[in-house]
Design a protein around this ligand. Sequence first.
Ligand code: NAX
Length: 329
Amino acid sequence: MQNPIRVSVTGAAGQIGYALLPRIASGEMLGLDREVILQLIEIPPAMDALRGVAMELEDCAFPLLRDIVLTDDLDRGFEGAHLALLVGAKPRGKGQERGDLIRENGPIFVGQGRAIAEVADDEVRVAVVGNPANTNALIAMSSAPGLPRERFTAMTRLDQNRAMAQLTGKAGVPLTDVTNVGIWGNHSATQYPDFENARIGGRPAEEVIGDRRWLEGDFLTTVQKRGAAIIEARGQSSAMSAASALVDHVRDWMGGEATPEGDWVSMAVPSDGSYGIDEGLITSFPVRTDGKGGYEIVQGVELSDFARGKIEASVAELQEEREVVRDLL
Ligand code: NAX
């Protein structure tokens, strides 16, 4: 793996950026043996704020932080990038549904996908956080035909972490006991957090919790609507937890931490047709990562009719989103 590693972050002056950058620069995301060059991309009105963030990063005196580039130019921002974190987008406001943002945010990802294909490192990996994350990743992937499709992912790790937190709380067990939590479909209120295959202390979560009504009801809706609940309470969308989930996503994918034997993690990746989901649609699946930039979609996960119905509904939403941005693909 490259040393130093070039990490491009869009929307770096935003609230996720503020929680994310110190965790990249400290080595938590990519390893304590890897120097980092941060290439921070913003839109012109946010460049002053970005300079302030960069001053703070300097003042953190991170030994692994080799250099910081600040730019509103995509070619400069993605030049030689080994990792591109596409965070920048207009966040969902109070009471606004993700779907409303599709047309607004989609075009941003055309330009970014093109620039990544042209100037980033040949081995670049891309993770999209900006919403609607799955469809934005689809747009970026479609705008970068020279790059293998599997390099493009969208983040659903926050949804997995939210589901794990709910299961931990209900079962009264340490978080480390909770494994095999898979998020299926879209990063939206239609997502399906699969509790039927989740395990607690190696046993089926359903058996440990013993309350199917809670799992089908409060558990599902709490995870699906957690983003909206945080906006309601905080007046701003999740930032600390989103940054933390992105650290998890990248660390497991390419930061040296392969998925432990028997477990899986959740990532939205281009479907390869697994489970009958349209090839190329960026869909969240349970995956196993190798920590070196590779992953595979877990095969043979048993899905009940209940689960299949939920996944189909979320995939249908992704198909609708794809239609809305068809002209950008
Ligand atoms: P902020 O509004 O705090 O920051 C966004 C930043 O992006 C701003 O500084 C803005 O100037 C910049 N930006 C806008 N357009 C840009 C462009 N074309 N190029 C570069 N920068 C650009 O939002 P924040 O809370 O940081 O959230 C960022 C995105 O993450 C939003 O789209 C949000 O909806 C999404 N989220 C995704 C999550 C996920 O799990 N996938 C969870 C958290 C979050 O809601």
